[in-house]
Design a binder for this molecule. Structure first.
Ligand code: NOJ
Length: 563
């Protein structure tokens, strides 16, 4: 397997708006990140992914881009970005940015022109279709749903046609069939590479190609059919990626990471990332994101981690990609609830379960990404009413389900609290000062329990979650373990066990075993058939291998060669 810098890097995702407010206007910004670079260097991460900072009306917090070449004023300036890159490089950290290719804002000049008339030169930059008349009623061009609720089509009065928008109505999808769109994106991505960035996390990449515009037969009970196959992972997309690779990616020493979602099978993961295909370097898939009944649950009490499912999913990707492709490993990102509230036990075993989760994930193969706040075990905030939510997706669904279809409001809010993206977008908890030390003025968003969980409390505590993360990162970067942890094979163990997560990493003569109890019970340990073992890291200080694992106990163990 080829060795590459991006395989050996340790990533950290920054949700810019919620990270740190550098100019005290209540919104996280680029100067805020610059101020926290020493913190990130101390943690040990060396690949920063910064969520969108482009000029935008912020319908979807910047994923709705109105100008690809400018920084939104509330986030700073291009000069700030350049100085961020420079300072990060001085601290041996690389910087990647979000590249949004699937859509623009409806306030982007291309869309403003496109919607003006049927024959505007920008009309074909987007996907426009005539209405259908069914049973005398004007109807959308297809019955496909949008990810954010409702139809994926929006009617535009001026030209009496629908435009496609698989996210919000303020995010029209670009028409990648149009060579002019392709050329614009090549130019834009090139321009960013010239600014000195180290790569891209490519947003919603799996959706660039759309299927033939015919109705879906699936989901008979849904008004609009959530049949994502109509615009996910379609063959034509690979042509677009090859073009971008040829014209841009291959010309720079950058890393490209595609967000391919939950529909991509491992074979697609390989198609995207096998070096022979000249597309991307790695992918983010979502298969492990919801293995805990969060969508079925009515309340927190009904959440329960499906350990077997998690093991199966990770085993599938880890072994399936080995030697053929590459993926990023991460627990959760800005589109899901907080890790601790999803798979941890913050009320009873905050430290133990946070460290266990880190042990389970970060010794796998792939390039790791921590989501900001995870390194101190941040939890979901408490939402009291719809006014506490900011996410356009929840607000749309509230309009449709509660206002229009009269779904019970409390039930809607309870489920939104469990699943909403706003959980992850709660403010970074820096200290126990007002608003968690995020800003000196009233911040734009809600925050979790910062009195209990904050950076200041953990940064110098040798027992803290933060310190444990530092140790993991250091191990992964160390000369002694880097090869086995980055390039080693993965073998999932005890796959049928309902409570324990275990796997082996092997490379040359080295073998590392991860064992973890993912529950709050004490669980008997199956026999480990090795005489000589050395515990490298454990989340219960000083523990040796015993017949049972304590609640949420986890270890990284080296299997010593027999003499
Ligand atoms: C995926 C991003 O992660 C999400 O936050 C965003 O809403 C959509 N893509 C649309 O850009």
């Amino acid at each position: 397997m080829d060795k590459n810098w991006w395989k050996e890097a340790f990533g950290y995702q920054i949700y810019l708006r919620s990270f740190f407010d550098g100019n005290n206007d209540g919104i996280g910004d680029l100067p805020g990140i610059i101020a926290k670079l020493p913190y990130l260097a101390h943690l040990g991460v060396n690949l920063l992914w910064i969520c969108p900072f482009y000029t935008s009306p912020m319908d979807d917090n910047g994923y709705d881009v109105a100008n690809f070449y400018r920084v939104a004023r509330e986030y700073g300036t291009l000069k700030d970005l350049r100085s961020l890159i420079k300072s990060a490089h001085q601290l041996q950290m690389k910087v990647i940015i979000d590249l949004v290719l699937n859509h623009t804002s409806d306030e982007h000049p291309w869309f403003k022109a496109s919607r003006k008339s049927l024959n505007n030169p920008y009309r074909d930059y987007y996907i426009w279709k005539k209405p259908r008349i069914i049973d005398g009623q004007q109807t959308e061009p297809t019955n496909w749903a949008s990810f954010f609720g409702g139809s994926c089509w929006e009617f535009d009065v001026r030209t009496q046609e629908y435009y496609m928008k698989i996210f919000s109505k303020k995010m029209p999808d670009l028409n990648w069939e149009n060579p002019k769109v392709q050329e614009e994106m090549v130019q834009m991505a090139t321009w960013w590479c010239e600014q000195g960035i180290d790569g891209f996390r490519i947003d919603a990449i799996s959706h660039l190609a759309k299927a033939e515009f015919v109705d879906s037969d699936l989901f008979p009970d849904h008004e609009y059919k959530p049949d994502w196959s109509k615009y996910s992972n379609l063959p034509r997309l690979h042509d677009y990626l090859k073009l971008l690779n040829k014209r841009v990616f291959s010309k720079y020493n950058i890393v490209t990471i595609g967000e391919v979602g939950g529909n991509a099978p491992v074979s697609e993961g390989i198609a995207y990332t096998n070096p022979k295909n000249h597309e991307l370097n790695m992918v983010f898939n979502f298969d492990h994101n919801w293995c805990n009944n969060a969508w079925g649950a009515q309340s927190k009490k009904e959440l329960s981690t499906d350990v077997q499912q998690l093991k199966a999913v990770f085993h599938k990707w880890q072994t399936g990609l080995y030697g053929q492709g590459w993926n990023a490993i991460y627990w959760l990102n800005h589109d899901q609830p907080r890790l601790m509230s999803q798979y941890g036990d913050p009320e009873h075993y905050h430290q133990e379960s946070a460290k266990m989760l880190a042990t389970v994930l970060y010794f796998m193969g792939g390039t790791p990404f921590i989501y900001n706040g995870e390194e101190i075990g941040m939890t979901n905030p408490e939402f009291k009413s719809i006014a506490d939510f900011r996410d356009v997706s929840i607000i749309n669904q509230y309009e449709i389900n509660v206002k229009r279809h009269h779904q019970d409001e409390q039930a809607f809010l309870a489920r939104a609290a469990l699943t909403s993206r706003d959980n992850a977008r709660s403010l970074m908890q820096w200290s126990d000062q007002a608003d968690g030390g995020f800003s000196l003025v009233k911040p734009w968003n809600i925050i979790g329990d910062y009195h209990k969980i904050n950076v200041a409390k953990q940064i110098n505590d040798p027992q803290s979650i933060f310190t444990y993360y530092r140790r993991i990162i250091a191990l992964r970067k160390s000369d002694q373990y880097r090869d086995v942890l980055v390039y080693g094979t993965y073998e999932g163990l005890w796959m049928e066990h309902p409570d324990l997560f275990a796997y082996m990493r092997s490379y040359a003569h080295q073998r590392l075993l991860v064992i973890a109890n993912m529950t709050k019970k004490t669980v008997a340990l199956p026999s480990i058939p090795y005489q000589q073992v050395k515990i490298i890291l454990a989340n219960y200080e000083g523990r040796q291998l015993s017949p049972a694992l304590l609640p949420y106990e986890a270890m990284l163990i080296q299997i010593e060669e027999e003499d």
